[in-house]
Design a protein around this ligand. Structure first.
Ligand SMILES: Cc1ncc(COP(=O)(O)O)c(C=O)c1O
Length: 472
């Protein structure tokens, strides 16, 4: 018995992997039992099984649109109910970002895609695929969620340049009655952002809608974390979290200054909200929704791939509709997910305050009442670099963290660069591993700081990004 265990001393045993990069839900937070029950119910009744197994309607499963409209109305509490015509079922936020670009942009006429930065890095390729590789522009995120003056200045310059170049009509996309081509796209994650975890203030949301109207921009928001919210304070608070803390940008566009359908406007509005069941049910469902004006929701439902095949994810949409209709999913989100993510957040945050803050690490928007989402953004004390920490953490501690540069807009890093930052995800790892992950990170940063104080530069080359993909 003793011989083998004696041979492997604790110091030579490899540490188990802790991955704080991956932005997935932990498997314990997947409601497989609810989908099991819902799918059984759908598939054992011909009235629901056949529509689920056949091609669906362009705007998606009518039952899901109806129950979603009701639930979103209860959660976001707009002044009027949400009619189901404002909603189209999608294959999730990523898939629908691609569809929105197909219907509403032209890679020549559309001048730029303005991306609040640091940004959700997996969106970059979706913009690339639609021809925007050389047109991506970073807009710095400040403490209110966007440097709006920067955007105003730069979008105006871009517009002036397009005018002087004579770029005044769509080049590649024909005119379609269900669509329009916007001059600009603005991409944001306004609530509990990935990666920064920041929430954009109400006044910035309003200003952003005004800028979008002035410059004929479509604001595409990924509102995928809105339901995952909890009180920031460790002491219990009397906050009702069954309702949003702020209106979405799409809600603001619906009502501000006469609303999206005001007289004289074309009725498409300037905002599209990408919702998703990935974070509140399971990403494998590949099911989500878009909300916008009726014209916007209809327009995206007319993308060629939906005209041919009907809305994506038809069968899983029918399962989700069942879980919403019987109230299972709503209860799961509020009674299971919110408390579970709150607990995870509080554990990791307490460890950060204990282990990392004394080392000079800072967190954004420290004074919020309500926080949420999947991520924590850390700014390291200079000259410690995120890429060096990430490399060293993997090599010496078997700990995976995301270096800030991953979230920089390719080709536009002058005003938004993140070489001294890290992103941590507290959703994927086992709950017990979160504190240990922070302790390992503190060890790495402490050692690096000591080395830096004793020498003139970084002691390791930054990570190149190769191999990171294995941990996404
Ligand atoms: C901001 C943001 N958008 C989109 C997605 C992906 O959403 P979906 O699974 O619905 O495509 C994620 C997931 O990490 C995300 O953080």
């Amino acid at each position: 018995m003793g011989a083998i265990s004696d041979a492997i001393s604790p110091s030579t045993k490899p540490k188990r992997l802790i991955n704080l990069l991956r932005g997935w839900p932990n498997t314990s937070l997947l409601p497989t039992h609810l989908i099991d029950r819902a799918s059984h119910k759908v598939l054992t009744n011909k009235g629901t099984a056949y529509p689920g197994m056949l091609y669906g309607a362009d705007p998606g499963d009518p039952r899901l649109r109806k129950s979603l409209a009701a639930w979103l109305g209860e959660f976001y509490k707009p002044p009027d109910p949400i009619p189901e015509e404002r909603i189209t079922i999608t294959g999730g936020a990523s898939q629908n970002l691609a569809c929105l670009l197909q219907v509403f942009t032209d890679p020549v006429f559309t001048r730029n895609v303005w991306i609040i930065s640091p940004s959700y890095f997996l969106a970059f390729r979706i913009f690339d695929d639609s021809g925007f590789h050389h047109k991506l522009r970073a807009v710095p995120e400040d403490d209110e969620g966007i440097d709006i003056e920067f955007l105003k200045r730069n979008i105006k310059e871009s517009e002036d340049k397009a005018k002087s170049d004579g770029n005044d009509s769509p080049h590649l996309k024909p005119k379609r009655p269900w669509g329009k081509i916007f001059r600009h796209v603005i991409y944001a994650v306004p609530t509990f952002s990935n990666p920064s975890s920041k929430t954009m203030t109400l006044r910035r949301r309003e200003e952003l809608v005004r800028v979008a109207r002035e410059f004929d921009a479509l604001i595409i928001t990924d509102d995928v974390y809105d339901f995952l919210q909890w009180p920031a304070s460790l002491t219990p608070q009397d906050l009702f979290l069954g309702k949003t803390i702020l209106p979405r940008i799409v809600d603001i566009d619906r009502y501000l200054d006469g609303g999206a359908e005001r007289i004289g406007a074309d009725g498409f509005g300037n905002a599209a909200s990408n919702g998703s069941f990935s974070k509140i049910c399971g990403p494998g469902l590949r099911t989500g929704w878009i909300e916008g004006t009726k014209k916007m929701a209809h327009g995206v439902s007319q993308v060629g791939s939906s005209r041919s095949g009907g809305a994506p994810s038809q069968l899983t949409a029918t399962f989700v509709a069942e879980t919403l209709d019987n109230g299972d999913l709503q209860r799961f989100v509020f009674d299971v997910l919110q408390p579970a993510y709150c607990r995870r957040y509080q554990k990791i945050l307490a460890a950060i305050n204990r282990e990392l803050v004394p080392l000079g690490i800072r967190l954004p928007q420290a004074d919020r009442d309500v926080v949420g989402g999947y991520f924590i953004w850390l700014t390291l004390p200079k000259p410690v670099k995120g890429a060096v920490v990430a490399l060293r953490a993997e090599a010496t501690e078997n700990l995976i963290v995301a270096r800030g540069e991953l979230f920089e807009v390719p080709g536009d890093t002058e005003y938004a660069h993140f070489e001294h930052d890290l992103r941590l995800c507290f959703a994927w790892e086992e709950e017990e591993a979160l504190v240990e992950g922070i302790e390992r990170l503190a060890k790495v940063i402490r050692a690096l700081k000591d080395e830096l104080e004793g020498s003139s530069g970084q002691t390791m080359q930054p990570a190149t990004g190769e191999g990171e993909k294995d941990f996404w």
